[in-house]
Design a binder for this molecule. Sequence first.
Ligand code: SF4
Length: 371
Amino acid sequence: MTRLLKPLVLGQNYEFARDMLCRKLNLFADAFVAIDGSKFKAVNNRDRNFTKAKMRRRLQQIDESIERYLGQMASADRQESEVAQTKVQRLEDKIKALKKEMSRLKKLEVRLLEAPDQQISLTDPDARSMATSGRGTGMVGYNVQTAVDTKNHLVVAHEVTNVGHDRAQLFNMAQQAKEAVGAEELEVVADRGYFKGEEILECENAGITTYLPKPQTSGSQAEGRFGKRDFRYIPEDDEYECPGGERLIWRFRTQEKGQTMNKYWSSACPRCKIKSQCTPSPYRRVTRWEHESVLENLEARLDKEPERMRVRRQTSEHPFGTLKSWMGSTHFQMKTLKHVNTEMSLHVLAYNLKRVINILGARPLIEAIRA
Ligand code: SF4
């Protein structure tokens, strides 16, 4: 078996070999994948990673400790006993050690401020501080992205990144999955962390149908007033109809964070009877991205097929859970993004092989590799 797999592992094109094999065995038949990311720990200990906030906190703690010791020294100095003098000496040593630590941290701070993302990791320079889903459970590590086939739970594509969020990963992962599956069209499901208009548009343009919920960011809705969903867009007129039955007409076009936005409002707002449920401002303005229809179509698709989100949960959690249990509590053993990526590839290869053996049995797999 090892002899058969060696060329796959050592060859530059192991992913290509995997994709060809899985396609030959008809294991990617559904062309429907779940994209998800999970944080994996790096070799780098939390104490050897510094962000601006962490550095500020550490320096402040040292300052406070020095102040406290100086106070204790002053009161010990006032007593003339031998015990007090020994205490003074001990406190002097502690202050000396703290000043040394402060000077070390100040030097690191200079390096930290020069880093593009104002963060440094001393053991693995590419590892980054990342928030995890549990409250106060951040880690220093990597964000592993996977696209998993929803039928057989095989990892179709994966990539290790050191960016702590998933917002810019949807198209990248979907495109890699589409190439691996070898289908003209692909359907992908992801969680709301991937929701970004430009990414969804790129998928649409590449023949990739997306299913992901929109994050709730409407301030009005959070405060109990009408949300944007309560305003119906009328494409033929390029106008919105509001809950009060008035038309919000197009007013002007503007650029916001690199996106072209259209602004709409109605002149009827000041006289509106339900205005308190709508806006505290003189007029309720609605903003529409020039490609908003792509997002509206996505929302309609998800309303029609809400069970897609259940499929996402059932699909992504299995490989991540299995991989983490194999890797143990320390996760990665290698350092730097390049080597960590290779380490992950080997884990994914092992995971996929075990899955295929479970699905088909070892003999048919060996025969397919040989053929
Ligand atoms: S405040 Fe303006 S937008 Fe809101 S319901 Fe009234 S008329 Fe419509």
